[in-house]
Design a binder for this molecule. Structure first.
Ligand SMILES: NC(=O)c1ccc[n+]([C@@H]2O[C@H](COP(=O)([O-])OP(=O)(O)OC[C@H]3O[C@@H](n4cnc5c(N)ncnc54)[C@H](OP(=O)(O)O)[C@@H]3O)[C@@H](O)[C@H]2O)c1
Length: 234
């Protein structure tokens, strides 16, 4: 995929998956604006639970690279919490970080892309379509992202703006196998492709969706999970 001459904003680019996405866009030749919340380095920093910070982030990205052809909304949190002990503040912390951020960044980006068209991709999850204990707020937030993207595809299509989601399965990160050995082993066994994902597996899907090769794809949820979702549970 050659994205030379295009510019992309990746939110959550200090995280494991976001860093991989930003790397893949850079390798494809795009000018990449990397966002982070707390991390230090060459990032535009913003708390994306704040609507005006989302709009400011998009404005800063345009200022840095002179336009915006693609956005990947990857910033997100995924705490484990049982429903019985969950407070409204817990719920809001997840839903605002995962959903409000994508809504507001997309709204601002679509205003920039209105004349030229563009591509917006939210990083959802297979937990947007499959429930998980301790993750009710997270699952609900990822389902919301999938439906936001589909609805946005309807409204922004007339401007040549495509909106999709990528739904990863379990993506490897340093320390995961040590922290959750049985879970990782179960995952490997369940995945037809026999391994966990890498940030680059997700990044390549995002680069594809932002490229001309995906020019007739919008409102789609692209599952990137090594085939885990294809396995019957009975
Ligand atoms: N890991 C997986 O297996 C997996 C699977 C499916 C989907 N996902 C999704 O993929 C995305 C990235 O996951 P990850 O594993 O790479 O997570 P991660 O390493 O924890 O990274 C999370 C990113 O979100 C940013 N962030 C957190 N709170 C924020 C806030 N209030 N405002 C703005 N940015 C904020 C963090 O910024 P700072 O680091 O700068 O604070 C960081 O860049 C998430 O949306 C997650 O739900 C992950």
């Amino acid at each position: 995929m050659d994205l030379t001459g295009t510019s992309v904003l990746v939110t959550g680019a200090s995280g494991g998956i976001g860093a991989g996405i930003a790397r893949r866009f850079a390798e494809a030749g795009a000018a990449v604006v990397r966002h982070a919340f707390t991390a230090a380095g060459d990032f535009v920093r913003a708390d994306l639970t704040d609507e005006s910070a989302c709009h400011d982030l998009v404005a800063e990205a345009v200022r840095r690279v002179g336009g915006l052809d693609a956005v990947v909304n990857c910033a997100g949190v995924q705490p484990d919490q049982d429903l019985d002990g969950m407070t409204v503040a817990d719920w809001r912390a997840v839903v605002d970080t995962n959903v409000l951020s994508a809504f507001a960044v997309t709204q601002a980006a679509a205003r920039v892309m209105r004349e030229t068209g563009g591509s917006i991709t939210h990083i959802a999850s297979i937990q947007g379509t499959q429930a998980a204990e301790g993750h009710a707020h997270y699952c609900a937030s990822k389902a919301a992202l999938i439906m936001h993207a589909r609805s946005a595809a309807l409204e922004y299509g007339r401007f040549g703006i495509r909106v999709n989601t990528v739904s990863p399965g379990l993506v490897d990160r340093p320390g995961l196998a040590e922290a959750w050995p049985d879970g990782v082993e179960r995952w490997r066994a369940a995945a037809p492709l026999g391994r966990l994902g890498t940030p680059e597996d997700v990044g390549d899907a995002c680069v594809f969706l932002a490229s001309r090769s995906a020019r007739w794809i919008t409102g789609h949820d692209l599952v990137v999970d090594g085939g885990v979702s294809a396995r019957p549970t009975w």
